[in-house]
Design a protein around this ligand. Structure first.
Ligand code: AMP
Length: 286
């Protein structure tokens, strides 16, 4: 039977006990409204650790003032069932008052890596992410934590944070889980009407196009960005936030495509739903 824990102190006590019994702990932080992407992360955590903890917390500090915090999709009862079926031992579901008591004034910020890509459109977002992930790591005290490559920049930022702050949690990346037609799974896909969902396919199709161009020898990111832009613009209801060809380690824009290059995209669909996607272009699956 999966346990649902609300209080940080109770969560930490559970983890201490499991660790004293010699059990390793794998952790999957989430904002809920689970889809197959989340569940795949939980299953991977279960393959790599004895016990799996998942957290469900819609973290207010990683949302901008005009973003979708207030209507972020939620179905906690369904999430509990899916998490249990995916082998989660404890679902940690704290509330915002507990996580951010009045007077809290410490944040964790990773510089540099958070300046480009989503950092441009979402100022403060990554500080919210790194602060909550640090708090969750301290509360759950896992041996490893699984993050999806769907949020590629987030994964790179968290790896850097753990290196810089000597956080002894092994960070495991999971490939992007997609719908049959290529759309990267996301809780935000639930905002899409049928016609907007068609427009949302422009992201994965753009990555496929870039892969095809690379396969036929193209290595110039400028040329490829132009054709990716044309493809996305050909779908109605799309507004491009960014098209960036970046190095997978430092997230800096590259001058030529190599097997370390990631194409990262953010596109607003129907004026409101901001979707991201990314993929390697050469020799790596994603
Ligand atoms: P979220 O609930 O959207 O904050 O996501 C929680 C975790 O699930 C993050 O590590 C995400 O990168 C990961 N995730 C979300 N969607 C996918 C997906 N389609 N494939 C793989 N991982 C995902």
């Amino acid at each position: 039977m999966m346990e649902i824990v609300k209080m940080p102190s109770e969560m930490t006590a559970w983890s201490r006990k499991e660790r004293s019994l010699g059990h390793s702990i794998g952790f999957v932080p989430t904002m809920g409204f689970f889809h197959e992407g989340h569940l795949a992360l939980m299953r991977l955590a279960g393959q790599r650790a004895d016990k799996v903890v998942a957290s469900l917390f819609v973290n207010p500090t990683q949302f901008g003032p005009h973003e979708d915090l207030s209507n972020y999709p939620s179905d906690v009862a369904r999430d509990c069932q899916l998490a249990e079926e995916s082998g989660v031992a404890v679902l940690f579901v704290p509330d915002a008052e507990t996580m951010y008591p009045e007077g809290a004034c410490t944040t964790v910020a990773v510089n540099g890596l958070t300046r480009n890509l989503c950092g441009v459109d979402r100022p403060g977002h990554f500080d919210g992410v790194t602060t909550i992930v640090t708090k969750l790591f301290n509360i759950v005290q896992p041996d490893l934590a699984v993050f999806g490559r769907k949020d590629f920049q987030q994964l790179v930022v968290i790896r850097q944070m753990c290196r810089d702050l000597n956080i002894g949690v092994k960070i495991v990346g999971h490939p992007i889980v997609r719908e049959a037609d290529g759309l990267a799974m996301s809780s935000r896909n639930s905002y899409l009407t049928d016609s907007l969902r068609e427009a949302a396919l422009s992201l994965s199709r753009a990555i496929q196009l870039a892969r095809k161009q690379t396969a036929s020898g193209e290595r110039d990111p400028g040329i490829m960005a132009a054709s990716v832009r044309t493809l996305i613009d050909s779908y109605p209801d799309t507004a491009i936030d960014y098209i960036q060809f970046v190095d997978q380690h430092d997230l800096k824009a590259v001058k030529t495509i190599t097997c370390d290059t990631v194409l990262a995209l953010a596109v607003k669909i129907g004026g409101k739903v901001r979707l991201i996607d990314n993929g390697f272009l050469l020799d790596k699956d994603s």
